[in-house]
Write a protein that binds this ligand. Sequence first.
Ligand SMILES: *[C@@H]1O[C@H](CO)[C@@H](O)[C@H](O)[C@H]1NC(C)=O
Ligand SMILES: *[C@@H]1O[C@H](CO)[C@@H](O)[C@H](O)[C@H]1NC(C)=O
Length: 461
Amino acid sequence: MTPFTSLSMASKIPIIVSLLLLFFATTIRSYEDPTKKTMEEFSGYPTTETQSCNSDPQSSSLSVDSESLQRQIDELSTFSDTPAPSVTRILYSEKDVLARRFIKNLMGRSGLSVHEDAVGNIFGRWEGSEPELPAVATGSHIDAIPYSGKYDGVVGVLGAIEAINVLRRSGFEPKRSLEVILFTSEEPTRFGISCLGSRLLARSQALSEALKKTVDGQNISFFNAARLAGYAKDQEDLSSVFMKEGHYSAFLELHIEQGPILEEEGISIGIVTAIAAPASIKVDFEGNGGHAGAVLMPYRNDAGLAAAELALAVEKHVLDSGSVDTVGTVGIMELHPGAINSIPSKSHVEIDTRDIDESRRDAVIEKVHLSAIAIAEKRKVELSEFRIVNKDPPALSDKSVIEAMQFASQQLNLSHKFMISRAYHDSCSWPGYSHKPEEYASIEDIANGVKVLAVTMGINS
Ligand SMILES: *[C@@H]1O[C@H](CO)[C@@H](O)[C@H](O)[C@H]1NC(C)=O
Ligand SMILES: *[C@@H]1O[C@H](CO)[C@@H](O)[C@H](O)[C@H]1NC(C)=O
C-alpha cells in the first residue's frame, strides 16, 4: 500500500490570502528568469536542456532527513491524553502546551526566530534578504480531536520545519522571509470553533468579541484556559493577533489527504486548486414530550421524529443538487430527556454542509431551512432554533501558486494531480482515513511532499 501526501493551498485565511496571492502573481511574472535560475540552483534539475547549471554540488539535490522527520512525528504523537496509537491533544491542555514547546524547540534548532501571539499562534521566521517584502508562509495545526491519528495537521508543521532545513542544506537564501506557522485550534473540540487562530489572524472582529463569552464543556472560559497555557496574559483584547495587511504574499499548506483518491490512483502529490466551503447549522425542535405508554400516537408532537425527518431532508436536498461536490452530514442528534420510555420533548441537530460552489451550498441551506419549518408545522413542534453557525466562502488557490506547485512536482519528477480539498484546509492519508488512529502516510510520501513544499516556497520567496 502506498499512501500519499499532498500539498494544499489552505483556506485558513481565505480573504487575505487570495488578495495577497494576486499581488504575488504579478511579482513572479516579472521575475521569470530569476525564478528559473533559483529553481535550477536548488532543485538540481535544469529547467532547459541548453542552460548550464552552475550550482555547486551541495545544492544539486534536495535531501529530506526522513528519519528525523519520522522520529519527530512519532515523538509528537506521545503528547496525548489517550493511549497510542490514538492521539488526543486538546487546545491549551497540558499535553498541548508540551507539544507546543517541542515545536518551538525544533523551530529554534532550524534557526528560525520564534514568537507567539496572544492566542498561541506560533511563528518561526527565516528572515529573507529583503525582509520588508511580504513573507511566504506555510504551516498547519497540531491539536488533535479525541482518538485521532498522528499525521493530521502535524505533517504540515513538522514537514514545514523540515522544508526549511532542506532549503538551508541546499544553500538557498530566500529573498522574501519564510515563516512556519503553528495555528491555534484548527479543531473545534474544546470551544466549538474551528480554525480559531487563523480566523483571528484574518482579523475576525466577530470572533474576537465572541471569545469573551466562550466557555468549554467544563464552563472554563476561553481566556482562563488560554492564561493557564501561558497566553492572553494582559487583557481580553485580541486585536494584537490580527495580521497586518500585506504581511504575507502567499500561504502554502502541506497536508495528508483525508480521502482515498491519491491512494487509489497511485499519485504522489495532490495540488489543491480549491477548498470546499463548509457551513454549519444548529437546529432545535421542541414538543410536549410525555410518557411513552400514556400518550397515544395521534396526540403526540415528537421532537425526536422531527429531528429524524430533518436529517433525511438534508440528505435529499444534498443529493438533489446534482453535483458530487455537494455534501451534507448530520453528525450530531441529541434527544431530551433521552429515556426509552419518554417521548423526546427536545431535539438538537447539527448539520455540516459543504460545496465548492457557494451559491449551490447556500441553496441547500435554504431548502433545509424550509424543510425544518415545514416539518415543525406538520409535526406541531416548535422550531425553536435554526442558526447558521458559520458559513465560509470557498477558497480558490491562486493560479501562480498552483503553477509553482506543478512546476515543483515536475522538477522533482513526482506524479501529481489537481484536486479539490473537501476537508476544508485539509488535503491526504491512508487508506482514506483521517481523524482516526488508523490514519497513515508513508515517510517516503511525506518526504516528497516536503520537497515540493521546499521548492514551491523557494519559487515564491
Ligand atoms: C459558569 O461560570 C459562570 C462564571 O463563573 C457562572 O456565572 C455560571 O453560572 C456557570 N454556569 C454553569 C452552567 O455552571
Ligand atoms: C522520472 O520518473 C520516471 C517514472 O518513475 C522514471 O522512469 C524516470 O527515469 C524519472 N526521471 C528522472 C529524471 O529521474
